[in-house]
Every structure is written in structure tokens, then in C-alpha cells.
Design a protein around this ligand. Sequence first.
Ligand code: FES
Ligand code: FE
Length: 452
Amino acid sequence: REGSLPFGVDSSVHTIDRRAFIDNSVLDIEFDRVFHPSWQFLGFAGEVREPGDYVVRMLGRDEVVVIRGEDGEVRALHNSCTHRGTRLCRASLGNTAHLRCSYHGWTFANDGRLVGVPALRSGYPPDFDHAGHGLSAARVTSRRGFLFATWDPHAPDLEEYLGEIAWYLDALLDCGGGEWEVCGPPQRVRAQGNWKIPTDNFAGDGYHMRTTHQIALDQGIYGDTLANGTRGRAGTDLTAVNIATPAGHSVRAGYVIDSGSSLEDRDPAAPQFPGYPPERWAELAAAQTPEQVRFTSHCEVAHGVVFPNTVFLSVAHDRAVGEESDPLTRYLVVRSHVPVSARETECLYWTLVPTAMDPQWRRRSYRFQARTQSAGGILFEMDDFENFARIDDALARSAPGRGGPVDLTLGAGLGTPARDFPGPARAEVATLSEHNQRAFYRRWAALVGELP
Ligand code: FES
Ligand code: FE
């Protein structure tokens, strides 16, 4: 496919044309060619626990009501009346047996069937087709409580779509003991900038920690080690392993190497799980396969992308801000970067806590996530979104072609294959690398194809 990728993406994906981040005609193409054939994350089964529970989310360019029917099945129903197209559900969450249109009153059951038409007998022919006027429903699959959906009837099933990345998601979930609870509805924030900008950041950007997040690091939340110039913890002086798959999914896992010089020096018989209390380590190890233990033990931070627009981040901390007497915690946050326009993104943040941990630990986990990686947080999000907005400013204001393409060469050709790595897919050791970002854009460019 030499020379056939659009937007200035060369075959090794070292550059991207700036138009890819600011042009609404590109977003239209992305909706059709990137989002439509993909499985997109909608939220958690725990958000719609009871029959009639619903949340309203975006699936590509369409709004859907994610609703549990009386039969217990979760569906993603197009949020648009089949009479004139009126938006049916205006609340963002709730519980209802029926969705009734505000215009002429057509009423749909919570499984999408049209069940009520005002003046049906007097106003419509006797053979009016109720069944043909039900709400469109996307394919929905729940995987460990994560709800994914696609509009594409030809998409492979979710497991095949996730491929090797599923092993890494399972490892992170099993590392907490297996069962996780979602902490309430997600936060939702509109942010300036294209959806790919925060997404590529999560794919593998350890490069920005020292500059963007220096003030946050100076707060001492990763310990005092940074202040005196010695080794830091998560996201700083780590040895990182980058795993990226041809499907565009990725994980970057960071380890502090404190004795030897490689991951192989770890003692597999005595795994440590950063952020979790040492007295629970043996039990946490037992909840995982030996291969997962080799991946998760000693892993301080792991983040990545489920292509196209869902990201995750798991971080261990040695103390929670303001809670220095009770030091250990770890959080897992899942986010969705939903395009509003080419230059605006709605970010949804869900926090997960493992049910196996005691209530104090769970509370610290939630609070630490809320204080750092959330819309109301005081540290990382403000730092990052300031940069993302300034990227958007400059890209949108520049004359076409000015400034050259966006660069993705960091670490190209410099990573070394991780020896004897326990997880699937190629794993590359490179603490600073845009290896995962290149995989993300390579998949994106292959789907977008040539411009018309
Ligand atoms: Fe919904 Fe008429 S548009 S009932
Ligand atoms: Fe950041």
C-alpha cells in the first residue's frame, strides 16, 4: 500500500496531514469508515442494572438509548422517532417502560417495538405496519460488564474485533481480583480539539510527563523521589513496554526497574502489585494466570486505546493527595472520546474499583482518580486539555500546508523486542516512543482510505 494512505500518512506512519484534525469533511468520512465498522464502547452494564434503566450515549454520529428491556436484554436503540424523526429521549439517564414521542405521541416499548399510535383506528389504514416502525437497534455485546456496540451487521464479533488486546484488558481486571464496580454515572466534559488528539496521548505518550505534568509531579503525589532528583514512580523514570496490534489497539505498561536491568529479573514466585496492599498480593496473584501475573506484577502504570476512541488508564500511587497516613492506592479509569465536531470532543470518564478490596482502599482509589484524572481534578486533566486546545488553535488558524505535517517519529526503529514477554502481540521495550501512536494512525489511515 506504498503511497496509498491519505493525509500525508506515509507507509510507516511518521507524519499526518494537519487537516485530519480540523476538517469536518474528514470527520464525516471517519464516521462512515472508522466508526461505523468498529465496536464502540457505550458504558457499563452496571449503569443499566434493572429493566427499564437507560443511559443516552453516542454511537458514531447517532445518539442511542442504551436500555435494558423487560426481558433483561440491553439494547442500543436509535434515539429518533420513526414518524418524523423527533429525538425521543431527552434525559441522559433514567428508568422507563416506554419511550413516548413529544411530537405526536407515538410510543415505543423499552425493547424498541412501536406499541402505541394515537388515533390509530381512525387515522391509519387497517394494515398499518407496526413492526416496520420499530426503533433501529445496534448490535450490543457485554464483555465483563463493558458494553460495546456497532451498527455494522458485517462487523466481526467483539472478541475477534478486540483480538490480542482482550488479554491485556483481562489481565488488568483480574489483577484487582476480577470483579469491578463502576462508580456512578460518568462525568461528561466538552473539550476543544479533535478526538484523535487525546486518544493518541493515551495510546502511548510518556513523552509529555516531564513537561506538561511537571507541576503535578512536583506535588509529590508519586512520592518525594522526584523532588530530590532520584527515580520517580508512575509515568516518569519507568521502563515501558509498548504493545500495539494491527487493529489499532494498544497498551503501554510502565515498570520501575529497581534491582536489575530487565523485566526478566523479577522473581515470579514473589509477585508485587503496586498500589495494592502487600498482605493481599498472594490472593491477587491467585486470581490471575501465571502469564498475567508476569505482566501485571510490578506494573506501576498501564494505559492504552481500544480502537477507535476508548482509552483506559491504571495507575498505582504511593499515597493519595491529603491522605499521607494511608498510603497505597491504585485506580482504573475508562474514557470515551466522542467527536462532537472535528474540533470538539466530549469526554466521558468512568471510574472502576475492584470489589475485592476493603472500603477504605476503594474510597481512596475513587478519590485519587477524581482528584487527578477527572474533569474536576486539580492536576493532570487541566494540564493536558490546555495543550489539546492550543493544538487545535494553531492547527485551525494555520494556512493550508503551513507548519508541515504532524510528526510521529519518536522512537521509530529504536525499540527492542521484549524478550520472553508473557502477553500476545509484539511487545517493544522503549520508554519514550510513539510506537503505539503510529499503530493507531496506521489503522485509522487504512480505514479512511483515499479521499473522494
Ligand atoms: Fe414522533 Fe410524530 S414525530 S410521533
Ligand atoms: Fe497527560
